[in-house]
Design a protein around this ligand. Structure first.
Ligand SMILES: [Zn+2]
Length: 193
């Protein structure tokens, strides 16, 4: 449903939102890394990507910029989850504008030309933010919003993309799925007494 490049952009968006925004994760309060810990947290979240030709370093300012982008991306996931599509579209447009996303054909060596989405400048943070913004734009503008979600488990608000065949995913992780199953089972058992 997503081409592999879009899937990669969405994976990065999910990883950034889940690593860099406060809330709850798998039943516990989650506080995102800040200050000196932020650049490493960003690097861990984005992992390996296709922008290897770019400088690999993320300074504190770039990391802060991506943390703000992640907060705005969370808005997109939450709005979609709540069925507020107008709000989702507004948030995506904000992201596209703020990251300066622009389509650009690139190729590495003799590889075929591929469409990439660069940012306003060539910093790594701008490239990553622009890529994620474009991935979300393709989902929201492409009738694929049932593929974005916020975990439905109690005390969890981590986000995910749903690549299951029937778009039936409800949880960020197996941990949350199991936690919810166990809670439902306990509730049924006590109701049956
Ligand atoms: Zn969860």
């Amino acid at each position: 449903m997503f081409d592999s490049h879009v899937a990669l952009l969405l994976d990065q968006a999910v990883a950034l939102v889940n690593a860099l925004t406060d809330g709850e994760a798998r039943g516990r309060a989650y506080t995102a890394p800040r200050g000196a810990e932020l650049p490493d947290a960003v690097a861990a979240a984005v992992g390996h990507d296709e922008t290897a030709a770019r400088p690999r370093t993320l300074d504190a300012a770039q990391a802060e910029c991506l943390a703000a982008t992640a907060q705005c991306m969370r808005e997109v996931f939450q709005a979609v989850q709540d069925g507020r599509m107008d709000a989702a579209a507004v948030a995506v447009n904000d992201l596209l504008r703020d990251t300066g996303a622009r389509p650009h054909l690139d190729r590495a060596g003799d590889e075929p030309w591929r469409l990439h989405f660069h940012g306003a400048d060539d910093s790594l943070a701008a490239a990553i933010g622009a890529g994620c913004a474009t991935g979300l734009a393709l989902v929201v503008g492409g009738g694929l919003t049932d593929r974005l979600g916020v975990c439905q488990a109690a005390r969890c608000d981590r986000v995910y993309t749903d690549t299951s065949r029937n778009a039936a995913r409800q949880f960020c992780s197996t941990a949350c799925q199991n936690r919810t199953k166990a809670a439902t089972f306990r509730a049924r058992r006590s109701a049956a007494r």
